[in-house]
Write a protein that binds this ligand. Structure first.
Ligand code: NAP
Length: 266
């Protein structure tokens, strides 16, 4: 089992700090550096509440990628910086594993093309929880038989993007299975703007943001006299870490962009 050297971007964040704890316990992954807005020049072990890992912190992502030996960059930051870090990593021959959500279609296309030009794998996964990936696959399957569907996603109130990457990915998978059509009454009118949620190819996505939540989604299908609800809850950010580990080990042998953890399962 060859060791895999990792840089983590966003190490003080909720997901980034969980990734450091996962790496600390893992026999194969080694933390060689971190990209953080603060604490430039310090070691991870000097920062309160982070694991006892001796890896340098850089505030300049480019300098980090130039100076640190790494196979993989794990990005868990914000859409704006996640995209910049992903491109920089590929330019420095480091494979990105991106959990950061909120990339646009245009950005995904650009990352795919850069990945292929460099013949380096990239994994972008809107949701690393295996249960959430199954929820998305089950929803795709159900959409064959239940074309009317609405998605309700619920997250903590510090989340920047809406709808969630998981909700968008679920909608894309459902779109592949059903004929595009507008749902609800043809004359329906919102008396308060946004009441019916976001419109994705005629299906509605509703985003709830509340303290106390982590990451939850319900996909509700309706048909004559019956409804089917497919539901997933991440109660703790540990739920994402087996997916991060899988993506890090798989990205090493890829030479293009893989979008969605489902392509790495089985
Ligand atoms: P968070 O707690 O806000 O953490 C984000 C971290 O990124 C913060 O520590 C922030 O630093 C840091 N950051 C921002 N800009 C940076 C930069 N330029 N360089 C280095 N670090 C920077 O958010 P989170 O809940 O961990 O989520 C992080 C991302 O993962 C979000 O996009 C979220 O939607 C996504 N997510 C994905 C999954 C999945 O399974 N794929 C699951 C959960 C969340 P400051 O504290 O200084 O701002």
């Amino acid at each position: 089992m060859n060791e895999i050297k990792c840089i983590v971007a966003g190490p003080r964040g909720k997901m980034g700090s969980e990734a450091l704890r996962m790496i600390e316990k893992d026999d194969q992954l080694v933390l060689t550096g971190c990209i953080d807005r603060k604490f430039d020049g310090k070691s991870v072990r000097e920062i309160e509440n982070l694991p006892n890992l001796d890896a340098p912190i850089y505030s300049d992502a480019e300098v980090c990628l130039q100076e640190v030996e790494a196979d993989v960059l794990i990005d868990l930051t914000t859409p704006e910086f996640g995209y910049k870090h992903t491109k920089l990593a590929l330019e420095h021959n480091v494979r990105p594993v991106v959990g950061t959500t909120g990339f646009t279609e245009e950005q995904l296309k650009e990352v795919k093309s850069l990945s292929e030009d460099k013949q380096l794998g990239t994994v972008i996964a809107p949701n690393f929880a295996i249960g959430a990936v199954l929820m998305m696959q089950f929803s795709k399957w159900a959409a064959k038989h239940f074309p009317d569907v609405e998605i309700i996603e619920k997250h903590h109130d510090r989340k920047l993007d809406a709808p969630s990457g998981t909700a968008v990915k679920t909608a894309q998978l459902i779109q592949e299975e059903r004929e595009s059509h507008k749902q609800g009454h043809e004359n329906e009118k919102e008396t308060i703007e946004g009441a019916r949620g976001a419109d994705y190819d005629g299906m509605r996505i509703h985003s709830l943001r509340l303290p106390g939540l982590v990451a939850h989604q319900e996909v509700v299908f309706g048909s004559l006299g019956e409804t089917l609800t497919i539901k997933h809850d991440s109660h703790h950010r540990e739920s994402f870490m087996s997916g991060v580990k899988l993506a890090v080990t798989e990205v090493i042998s890829l030479d293009t962009l893989v979008y969605g953890l489902e392509h790495l399962l089985d």
